[in-house]
Design a protein around this ligand. Structure first.
Ligand SMILES: Cc1ncc(COP(=O)(O)O)c(C=O)c1O
Length: 474
């Protein structure tokens, strides 16, 4: 090997200490000087590409490289970060990520991830209890909500199709379909199309005036799909939805699923963490009747990406997502069911990082009360922000927020309705490229709206007043 220092513990100690110092200085800078530090130091993609060459002939100083990465990145810990649903991770959780990376006990089989597999099970048991499931619940951690929803829907297919799709293929029975609100995250449709159900594999159920699935339209959509020759096997609720944070009427969807013996899946990638708040829990009544729930820790549990829980009310279904056998890894059928600890037989991944450890350690280090308070604070801040927008004559709220996502638009003064979309694009682009704030946009009924997710615990009311001022100025 050229570089004899690469595995030298003392060199590692010095390098890693220096990196932690850089990161701590960075956190201090973005937290303390929000008005002067840009959130996203905007660089057009082609310029960014020029900055990074593919010339690896000469070794580079890693400190300098990390400095450049930090300086050029989107600063999620900046209090003016109110963009997508990617959290500003707990700094200590980032340290857990480092531990995971160094130990690298990826946990397809117990022997390759023993501690993390046990921690994964314990974290999942805690989540299952918080959802209202009993001891029969079980699940896995996987790499993101998109993979999580696919994992849950694969189990739904195996449990409800009435034929063995793994063995005999998709054409061995009637074409399959699921029902989901027109506000669901695009990964649901993607999962359906990955499974080979085609475009008609998803039937969109219209949402109501507040962007929640309209339960009164479920029967009609179900019968339409069945009449067209398709077999409806599942219904998916969003809790909450991505665009506006709307929470679907879970209890009513559960009744409908029960009536038609459908699989009931809840995409709680963003919203499931709100069950930790006693005040918000009632909005999720019915989630305990779901067959499966997806819950992202890297959204509202403040862990670094990616850690997603897929939790099955009846834990045996957890073994049906990937019914395929890999006997060299997991042994025979009976052993499969007993080997909860060979987690890879139930996940899309073979190797994964030590997500069980990262999640468990984050929960253990801060305690449940900390996370319950955090989700409540973010939901309260969203209510405050909505109130501020309601009070401002030149802004319009898209819909009252239910979680921590607030959508609104700038009306300006005397701007014609037909020009409002262009106005949102223009003000957002100016605010984002100036580095003042990071927010996103979404198309809703009535046009284009600005969209904020209040996910950074450092963001407060004063920052949100400042956001409205920045938008006016832009
Ligand atoms: C409701 C919902 N489901 C799924 C996803 C996808 O999750 P991930 O980005 O972890 O794949 C998102 C992402 O924002 C989401 O909001």
């Amino acid at each position: 090997m050229h570089n004899s220092d690469a595995f030298n513990p003392e060199v590692f100690r010095q390098q890693a200490h220096a990196v932690v110092d850089l990161l701590a200085d960075y956190l201090q800078k973005v937290q303390e000087a929000p008005a002067t530090e840009p959130v996203l130091p905007w660089t057009p993609p082609h310029e960014m590409l020029q900055r990074w060459t593919s010339d690896f002939d000469q070794a580079r100083d890693p400190q300098g490289l990390i400095r450049d990465v930090i300086a050029g990145s989107n600063h999620l810990h900046h209090p003016h970060y109110v963009g997508h649903q990617v959290t500003s991770p707990l700094p200590l959780s980032a340290v857990f990520n480092l531990v995971s990376s160094l130990l690298n006990n990826g946990s397809a089989v117990y022997e390759m991830g023993n501690v993390s597999s046990a921690m994964e099970r314990r974290a999942l048991q805690w989540m299952a209890r918080r959802l209202g499931f009993d001891d029969k619940a079980d699940g896995v951690l996987t790499s993101g909500g998109s993979a999580g929803n696919l994992t849950a829907l694969l189990a739904a297919r195996q449990a409800k199709a009435g034929f063995d799709v793994w063995q005999n293929g998709q054409d061995a029975g009637r074409p399959l379909t699921l029902l989901v609100s027109d506000q669901a995250h695009y990964c649901i449709k993607r999962a359906v199309q990955i499974m080979g159900w085609g475009e008609a594999g998803v039937v969109l159920v219209p949402s109501d005036a507040r962007y929640r699935l309209d339960p009164n339209r479920l029967e009609e959509k179900f019968h339409e799909a069945e009449a067209s020759g398709r077999q409806v096997i599942a219904v998916v609720g969003s809790a909450c939805s991505t665009a506006t944070g709307a929470i679907d009427p879970l209890q009513k969807i559960a009744d409908f699923a029960e009536r038609h013996k459908l699989w009931f899946h809840v995409d709680g990638a963003h919203g499931a963490s709100f069950v930790l708040s006693a005040k918000l829990r009632e909005k999720f009544v019915g989630i305990e009747r779901a067959d499966s729930v997806v819950w992202d820790a890297h959204k509202m549990l403040l862990t670094p990406a990616l850690i997603t829980a897929v939790i099955f009310r009846n834990g045996r279904h957890s073994y049906e997502s990937f019914a395929q056998k890999a006997t060299y890894l997991f042994g025979d059928e009976q052993a499969r069911l007993e080997n909860w600890y060979d987690v890879g037989m139930r996940t899309l991944e073979c190797t994964k990082n030590m997500m069980g450890f990262i999640l468990y350690a984050s929960l253990a280090s801060y305690g449940e009360g900390f996370f319950a308070q955090y989700v409540q604070d973010m939901a309260d801040l969203a209510q405050e922000f909505a109130h501020m927008i309601d009070e401002a004559p030149d802004f319009e709220l898209a819909t009252p927020p239910e979680a921590n996502i607030v959508c609104f638009r700038y009306l300006g003064q005397g701007v014609a309705e037909k020009d409002l979309d262009a106005l949102q694009e223009r003000v957002r682009s100016r605010v984002v490229t100036s580095g003042a704030f990071y927010l996103v946009q979404t198309r809703l009924r009535g046009g284009l709206f600005l969209r904020t997710t209040l996910i950074n615990p450092e963001t407060n009311e004063e920052h949100l007043h400042e956001l409205l001022r920045a938008l006016r100025q832009a």
